[in-house]
Design a protein around this ligand. Structure first.
Ligand code: FES
Length: 90
């Protein structure tokens, strides 16, 4: 997991969690990461399975918008802490 940027904790803007579901990330467990995000994220945050995000060597890759926070090598077990840190939790 990497990166933290401005805007973290801002709950007023529309939030999106993009999770790569393309080939390489799928092999690295991105389907489980997607399922875990869907389980722990609050309803007003949109979870979007995507195609390749262009960071295949560091998957599973997650992009938090609008803050443009890139997370790499995300594991299913990391998701609750990510949701907590970025104020996405139910
Ligand atoms: S396959 Fe996930 S970033 Fe390319």
């Amino acid at each position: 997991m990497v990166n933290a940027s401005a805007g973290v904790g801002d709950t007023k803007r529309d939030r999106q969690v993009l999770i790569c579901q393309n080939r390489t990330c799928l092999k690295q467990g991105s389907a489980a990461v997607l399922a875990k995000f869907l389980a722990v994220i609050r309803p007003n945050v949109t979870v979007i399975p995507t195609g390749c995000l262009g960071q295949c060597g560091s998957g599973p890759v997650v992009l938090l918008l609008p803050d443009k926070v890139w997370l790499h090598s995300v594991l299913q077990k990391d998701v609750p802490a990510i949701a907590e840190r970025y104020c996405l939790k139910k």
